[in-house]
Design a protein around this ligand. Structure first.
Ligand code: FE
Length: 336
């Protein structure tokens, strides 16, 4: 199994099912140390509870299943509704009842059965060439399938979870038939076959291969941090398309308590801390994301990209369409 650890404590966690101590909490994280460390440090400082984190690159659900009741893990931290839903489906999480969590996390960003709670969001938006796309030229996702955009769109694979979530939202808003027609329309407008990651599409816009691409908001911040990629980032601006009968599509990073959770009380304290307005703002700032608690704000750079109204569909509803979305992507041979 492939995983990285940053501390001796995390290594011990990874190799032995340590007995539960009253003063610790164990976390399996798909998110990177630089995002998590500021939060765990602040939590330990405030509560005296030590946090052991195993940073995993894959196989989290499989590992929790293999460990069963003897798992040392109390919490899982990950991004994307597909991963949170997969953990729930596998039965490795447990519901958590907490007024604090309900208060901190708007209803659309938590599981209706309280199996997971969102901490930050990212919007799936359109990167548009500053030179070749006019202000207001694109306002909806639906428009991407119209002839105006023929030969002008770049995107990553249709089977990537980011695309699947967007297609799921299209199914939610318009039904399966219309979603399939939309996929066919977008495919017909592609400047090249789907390939590469979100940043590679912005590079293609910079290189003149296409005029717009689909991508997540935080990549703008990440590209601006990189000497080479900053040039790509500066060639585009962010447009916030909406569904014609909804808002802008967002996805989340979230936290869930494991079914085994040997340190349940500490785990709940950490969930409440992670979803607190202060922690959300720290967490969001580290990866140019959006905090979701009432009254919170993203960092100035992120705010400058513009404001938008997030779609208010519960993300677990979208997860319910993911198998249909994948089937449609395959039926239209989106990547072919
Ligand atoms: Fe990403």
């Amino acid at each position: 199994m492939s995983f990285r650890t940053t501390t001796a404590a995390a290594l011990a966690l990874a190799t032995t099912a340590a007995p539960a101590f009253a003063d610790e909490v164990n976390v399996y994280s798909y998110r990177q140390p630089q995002l998590i460390q500021p939060l765990t440090d602040a939590f330990t400082k405030a509560t005296g509870i030590e946090v052991n984190v195993a940073y995993l690159e894959k196989g989290m659900v499989e590992r929790l299943l293999a460990e069963g009741d003897r798992s040392p893990a109390d919490l899982i931290l990950t991004v994307d509704i597909s991963r949170l839903a997969a953990a729930v489906d596998a039965g490795v999480t447990q519901p958590v009842t907490s007024d604090t969590l309900i208060q901190n996390v708007p209803a659309q960003y938590r599981d209706p059965d309280n199996q997971w709670f969102g901490v930050t969001t990212r919007a799936r938006i359109v990167y548009a060439s500053k030179d070749r796309v006019a202000d207001g030229e694109l306002t909806s996702y639906e428009e991407l399938a119209t002839p105006e955009w023929e030969g002008r769109i770049c995107t990553r694979s249709g089977t990537h979870p980011y695309t699947i979530a967007l297609v799921s939202a299209m199914i939610h808003h318009h039904g399966e038939k219309a979603a399939k027609e939309w996929l066919e329309g977008v495919k017909a407008n592609l400047a090249r076959k789907p390939q590469g990651n979100d940043r590679a599409q912005v590079k293609a816009i910079w290189a003149g291969q296409c005029d717009v691409s689909l991508g997540n908001t935080y990549y703008m911040g990440e590209m601006l941090e990189d000497e080479e990629q900053a040039e790509w980032a500066n060639s585009v601006r962010i447009l916030f398309p909406e569904f014609e009968n909804g808002g802008t599509h967002v996805n989340i990073s979230g936290v869930a308590m494991t079914k085994a959770a040997p340190n349940r009380d500490n785990a709940l304290k950490m969930m409440e801390y992670l979803t607190s307005p202060e922690a959300q703002e720290i967490y969001a700032a580290a990866n140019y994301e959006y905090p979701i608690a009432p009254g919170t704000e993203p960092v100035a750079l992120v705010n400058n990209w513009g404001s938008f109204t997030a779609d208010d569909v519960n993300l677990m509803t979208l997860a319910g369409y993911s198998a249909d979305a994948l089937r449609l992507v395959e039926e239209v041979d989106f990547d072919g």
